[in-house]
Design a protein around this ligand. Structure first.
Ligand code: C2E
Ligand code: CA
Ligand code: CA
Ligand code: CA
Length: 275
């Protein structure tokens, strides 16, 4: 409560106060942001490494803060999670993503990130069903990306939620694969349709031996389980070639396309289609 004393130590660090202040402000601002339409979805393409065609787009949330400009989801998602706002925000993402994809001129799929906290509140299978119905998007064109932390808590209940969603025909992908501890056992516990190899492994390709052997182990195992594999964070042609040699099915990253507010750049006809 006092700033630095003459003896060089204090009870209270000003930078901590600043962090806390910023957080509280962000929480306040987030509450208003949904009503004020400050959120937007960007879309990033995923490329099939066999056919070289776009298969789908991942929806990535953007927040245009009226004063601070664009705020990264890495910064505001955790605040939304801790303050309970992830419920309504996640519902908005799901609806908006399905509405967008239902209007796309190709049968591309849409991948939506789901926070582990969205498993706790309103019934996720019901929200998914409603978003599909309202948009007219076929269930087979929706994919949900979850992280393994979903299976760390309430494992039984969350597995049942995932099963209910999958039974609707929606695909389930495991995101950030390889960054947790128990990834392998989770692959046996639930029939994921896809795993996404975290970009931290891709970054060190094509030369790093450890990265190569980890990715090879993941692809070998995924292949024997019949799971499709996507690599994230692909930035160079050499990385893409290495991933294809290693047996990855799909790639996502700046090399293929950055997240963008629309998908026009990928449409075969030059006609504009709202995303
Ligand atoms: P994520 O799901 O792992 O998404 C991939 C992140 O990597 C995105 O960051 C994307 O822009 C970035 N990225 C894509 N290609 C490359 C590349 O070639 N190189 C590098 N260095 N980065 C690449 P973004 O958009 O900042 O999102 C960060 C995280 O925020 C996401 O990580 C996801 O965990 C979370 N997030 C984003 N949108 C949502 C959402 O709608 N709901 C929830 N719950 N989380 C979201
Ligand atoms: Ca993701
Ligand atoms: Ca990821
Ligand atoms: Ca990530």
């Amino acid at each position: 409560v006092k700033s630095e004393g003459r003896n060089g130590w204090c009870f209270f660090r000003p930078e901590m106060d600043e962090q806390l202040q910023r957080r509280l402000e962000m929480e306040q601002d987030l509450k208003r942001a949904l009503a004020d339409n400050q959120f937007q979805l960007y879309f990033q393409p995923l490329l099939d490494l066999g056919s070289h065609e776009i298969t789908s787009f991942e929806a990535l949330l953007r927040w245009h803060h009226p004063v601070r400009g664009m705020v990264s989801p890495a910064e505001f998602i955790p605040v939304a999670e801790e303050s309970g706002l992830i419920g309504p925000l996640g519902e908005w993402v799901l609806k908006t993503a399905c509405n967008a994809a239902a209007n796309w001129p190709q049968p591309w799929r849409i991948a939506v990130n789901i926070s582990p906290l969205q498993f706790r509140h309103k019934s996720l299978p019901v929200l998914v069903k409603k978003a599909l119905k309202a948009s007219g998007l076929p269930a087979s064109r929706l994919e949900l990306e979850i992280t393994e932390s979903v299976l760390l808590e309430n494992e039984k209940q969350n597995l049942s939620i995932l099963t209910q969603i999958r039974e609707q025909g929606v695909r389930i992908a495991m995101d950030d694969f390889g960054t947790g501890y128990s990834s392998l056992s989770y692959l046996r516990a639930f029939p994921f349709d896809k795993i996404k190899i975290d970009q931290s492994f891709v970054r060190d390709l094509p030369h790093d031996r450890d990265a190569l052997s980890i990715i090879r182990a993941i692809t070998d195992m995924a292949q024997s389980l019949g799971v499709r594999i996507t690599a994230e964070g692909v930035e160079t042609p050499a990385q893409m070639d290495a991933l294809k040699d290693l047996g990855c099915h799909e790639a996502q990253g700046y090399l293929i396309g950055r997240p963008a507010p629309g998908i026009d750049a990928y449409c075969p006809v030059a006609k504009t289609v709202a995303a």
